[in-house]
Design a protein around this ligand. Structure first.
Ligand code: ZN
Length: 329
């Protein structure tokens, strides 16, 4: 049996071929289709809600897998949905609702585009007054060269140190931005935009799903909408009241859009602390997903369920990755 009596949740983000994929979160449509073909043939794919119910009731189904998507990129609707429908496979989409019905990119995409791909940047970056003192000299890297562009396109930020000065500055700013309260994050982003001084235009293929698309998704018996906070907050960095507010507001927004209950949550960045688990329960969620790589068990804690991040691999390599993964857990 493929899943060896285990229950497994897969985590996707994008089905697309983006300009760069430094976080390794995009699977190409071709590879995604091959992965689905494999899952349809070998796996028993069930809705995440059924799996969670199994954990809650102490009757976990075996040899099963659930498919999930985080963030709410428009390619989930435009590219992943038709393929999931073609193979009749269920999936759950966790949505950071702050970008719904806007043209904006998620902040990490805009930061990546600006720092790694702007044709020209000023030589010296300095934080705003009031921020921790931070200055960075880009030296000879103010102009983007074709060679530098190639290096950035192939950078795997999860596994490799920043390969250029621009990448070092990008990573330092990403680390500064991630834990900030939303307002402070927006301020610093605006400061970075002003500093970069390029006429930034959001890329249409980096957009989030619209409310109309979310509604359509939720109306299909195959698909479920889940919560992922409003602003994609790294919850553990915030006071509990802020965590509860992020979760309640996101849940209400998604329920208003879809007209259906939204009982499942995925923590942005997989980031949580003991207050987050309590906040999730208080906000009315019945279970929450992390990014910790572990299979589900009967005794799994409902607010720290594990998932496996799927990489951009062919069906054959995906099968091998699953095999290795399941052997380890
Ligand atoms: Zn996310």
């Amino acid at each position: 049996m493929l899943f060896e009596h285990k229950a497994l949740v897969l985590m996707y983000h994008r089905v697309a071929v983006p300009d760069a994929d430094i976080w390794d979160i995009a699977v190409s449509p071709e590879n995604f289709e091959q992965q689905l073909q494999f899952l349809q043939k070998k796996g028993n794919v069930i809705p995440l809600s059924e799996l969670v119910k199994g954990v809650a009731d102490g009757k976990l189904p075996k040899n099963v897998v659930a498919i999930t998507f985080d963030d709410g990129y428009a390619d989930n609707f435009l590219t992943a949905k038709p393929l999931l429908e073609k193979y009749r496979l269920p999936a759950t989409f966790f949505i950071a609702s702050g970008n719904t019905d806007t043209e904006a990119e998620f902040w990490w995409d805009e930061l990546e585009h600006t720092l790694l791909f702007a044709p020209v940047l000023p030589q010296t970056y300095t934080n705003m007054p009031g921020e921790p003192a931070y200055t960075f000299d880009l030296q000879h890297e103010t102009q983007l060269t074709p060679a530098m562009q190639r290096v950035h396109c192939h950078w795997d930020a999860c596994a490799e140190a920043p390969p250029t000065l621009r990448a070092r500055l990008f990573y330092a700013l990403w680390q500064q931005l991630k834990p900030l309260p939303h307002q402070a994050q927006q301020h610093l982003l605006q400061h970075i935009r002003n500093w970069a001084g390029w006429a930034y235009a959001a890329r249409p293929h980096y957009k989030a799903m619209t409310a109309q698309q979310l509604r359509q998704l939720s109306q299909s018996p195959l698909f479920e909408i889940g919560a992922h906070t409003v602003t994609h907050a790294a919850l553990a960095f915030h006071a509990k009241a802020v965590q509860v507010q992020e979760l309640c507001e996101n849940k209400q927004q998604l329920e208003a859009i879809t007209g259906t209950e939204v009982p499942l949550l995925a923590y942005p960045y997989g980031n949580y602390n003991h207050e987050t688990k309590a906040a999730a329960a208080e906000a009315g969620f019945t279970a929450a997903m992390t990014t910790e790589e572990k299979a589900l068990r009967k005794q799994s804690h409902l607010y720290t369920l594990g998932r496996m991040q799927v990489k951009n691999r062919s069906g054959h390599d995906f099968a091998a990755q699953l095999g290795t993964w399941l052997n380890k857990r």
